[in-house]
Design a protein. Structure first.
Length: 82
């Protein structure tokens, strides 16, 4: 059936997702048994880097939108093989 590849891909994606979550939980519990709580950390955001990333991300989305409009307006070309 034509749905089989999509179903297989979804099952594999879920398998990898659940495996990653299980591995993370095992790692956290193992480190906690040695006295290291990975969730009890002080985090200081570097807002300059976050802002630069967001700016570049928005610019990249704009470039992709512009490229999509260029492709949509492009005229087809008849190809000939000599």
């Amino acid at each position: 059936s034509y749905l089989l590849p999509g179903i297989a891909g979804a099952v594999l994606f879920l398998e990898v997702l659940f495996g990653a979550v299980a591995r993370s939980g095992i790692r956290d519990l193992t480190l906690l048994s040695y006295g290291l709580d990975v969730w009890d950390r002080q985090v200081a955001s570097n807002w300059l880097v976050v802002g630069a990333f967001l700016l570049i991300f928005v610019l990249a989305i704009g470039v992709l939108f512009w490229l999509a409009t260029v492709v949509a307006r492009a005229k087809g070309v008849e190809e000939r093989y000599v």
